[in-house]
Design a protein around this ligand. Structure first.
Ligand SMILES: [Fe+2]
Length: 287
């Protein structure tokens, strides 16, 4: 390395955002290759803060892909989201408030309850990323709940009560994209997961249920299941466990989908909101 390289090399810095997690990473250039050293620093910050925010970017799809690969293997898109004319090699899904037939689009308008991406599947993604292209003047914020903190805040009695329980997670984006389903299609996307999950890297326990997609606890009567779930949902949504991200164009946000839940605040659907989403596969089963 010559003197010029040394002088221009950025040293990323971590700026914590809240007591519920989240950190801004500054002094990083995602249009250039990321060294293994910086990659390890990012993974370490991610394990600690669960949600990483990088601002003021102007990045293309390939830069977001390279960033995701620091954390694991990229997830592909489900075939049903492809549209005529879309790039079927792309890993990007566009979260938008209007359908765009030229590319894979998930149309989602207004508010969205707390949920965990793909928790209704056997192997939900490990990490999700969103890159903000167009943001409304007001609203459409993403609220991230720290599910480790929500679990650790429970009394010992509550921790014992939910230990070993499993819950059914169900959701069908095709039928209903933003609210809790009122009816369950027996053939719809669903999976049983533990109510308390252990992080495979840190060993920390977290809740793994959410108001939008967790339907009932297996083996309990409806009243007891509802009582437990409603209490856990309140813990998850307690503001002391939540970091709320107010988007700006050029933001890239990465979250740990194993131990956070996220929700979107209301925005006027007549305003444009466009984000590029990519996710990272989980190499470990949910336990
Ligand atoms: Fe989501």
């Amino acid at each position: 390395m010559n003197n010029f390289d040394t002088a221009t090399q950025l040293v990323p810095r971590v700026h914590p955002l809240s007591n519920a997690g989240g950190a801004i990473i500054s002094d990083i250039d995602l249009r250039s290759p990321i060294s293994e050293e910086v990659g390890e620093m990012l993974r370490s910050a991610w394990r600690t803060y669960l949600v990483l925010v990088i601002r003021d970017l102007n990045i293309e799809e390939q830069h977001q892909e390279s960033f995701c690969k620091i954390f694991g293997n990229l997830a592909g898109l489900r075939s049903k989201v492809y549209r005529t004319g879309g790039d079927t090699k792309s890993h990007a899904l566009w979260v938008a408030n209007a359908e765009d037939l030229s590319r894979p689009t998930a149309v989602q308008q207004g508010e969205m309850m707390f949920h965990i991406d793909q928790c209704y599947t056997e192997r939900p993604s490990k990490a999700s990323t969103l890159y903000a292209v167009t943001i409304p003047d007001e609203g459409g914020n993403t609220r991230f709940s720290n599910l480790i903190k929500a679990y650790e805040g429970l009394s010992d009695d509550w921790k014992m009560r939910i230990e070993g329980l499993q819950a059914l997670n169900y959701f069908d984006y095709q039928a209903n994209a933003t609210t809790r389903p009122e009816t369950i299609d027996p053939n719809g996307p669903q999976f049983l997961h533990p109510v308390v999950r252990t992080h495979p890297e840190t060993g920390r326990k977290s809740l793994f249920v959410n108001r939008q997609m967790t339907i009932f606890i297996e083996g309990l009567g409806a009243n007891e299941s509802d009582e437990i779930l409603n209490y856990l949902f309140e813990m998850i949504e307690d503001p002391t466990n939540v970091y709320e991200h107010v988007w700006k164009v050029g933001d890239l946000v990465l979250w740990d989908n194993r131990c956070t839940a996220h929700a979107r605040t209301y925005y006027d659907p007549k305003e444009s909101r466009l984000l590029r989403r990519m996710t990272v596969l989980d190499e470990n089963p949910v336990t």
